[in-house]
Design a protein around this ligand. Structure first.
Ligand code: DQA
Length: 211
């Protein structure tokens, strides 16, 4: 299990690394409009992999452009990162991202709880263009959560699963024990509801796991 620290500013990369991040996610959609100047300092300063994410409004982010605008926004920074988070509506650009020897985090952010069969279909769809499928759902019951844990446990790996919202945020701490490859955290400023600070998560995992 690896910890991804999600940042809305590259200025915090070194702090995230010092606090134990395994990967950095840069949420380009949460940065100021002058991305070129904001991202200028990223080159060469990070010793761990970087994920570039330009999250659409529909899937919980701030980006409101079309697919062509999405790629033209993210393309100038591809040489600074190792992974690109690609939602299904932007999948046509996955080939060009792979061509630049980057890996694709194929992501789906769902504002309800899909059925077990639908989860499998979404996973297949994401694996068709991505290297690391990531499925974020919004459970509404403990049964939903049990189904999601079972899906995570039984699915092909690698797979990243997480929950959105506050109500079932505790599932973030134990989805990795059922096979989720990554857990997303913050270091002071959450980029999504329900995230834990990396220091909280590390304490929780210390308490939860057998020593
Ligand atoms: O997909 C995810 C997970 C996330 O939405 C979360 O809930 O922690 C945070 C996003 O930045 C990331 O791209």
């Amino acid at each position: 299990m690896k910890i991804v620290v999600s940042l809305s500013s590259p200025d915090k990369i070194q702090k995230a690394v010092a606090l134990g991040a395994d990967l950095i996610e840069l949420r380009l959609d949460l940065m100021s409009d002058d991305l070129s100047s904001v991202m200028a300092g990223v080159g060469g300063q990070c010793t761990i992999p970087i994920i570039a994410t330009l999250r659409s409004r529909e899937e919980g982010g701030a980006f409101t452009g079309d697919a062509e605008e999405w790629f033209s926004t993210i393309q100038p920074f591809l040489d600074l990162v190792d992974y690109v988070d690609v939602e299904r509506k932007f999948r046509k650009f996955a080939r060009m991202i792979h061509y630049q020897h980057l890996q694709v985090v194929a992501s789906a952010h769902i504002k309800y709880m899909p059925s077990p069969d639908d989860l499998k279909a979404i996973e297949r769809d994401l694996r068709a263009y991505g290297d690391v499928p990531k499925i974020a759902v919004t459970p509404s019951s403990a049964r939903n959560l049990l189904d999601f844990l079972d899906f995570t446990l039984e699915a092909e790996k690698p797979l990243v699963t997480t929950v959105m919202g506050e109500e079932f945020r505790y599932a973030r701490t134990f989805l990795p024990y059922f096979g989720s490859a990554w857990v997303y955290c913050h270091i002071g400023t959450p980029t999504a509801k329900g995230q834990y600070d990396i220091r909280e998560l590390e304490q929780l995992q210390e308490l939860l796991t057998y020593r």
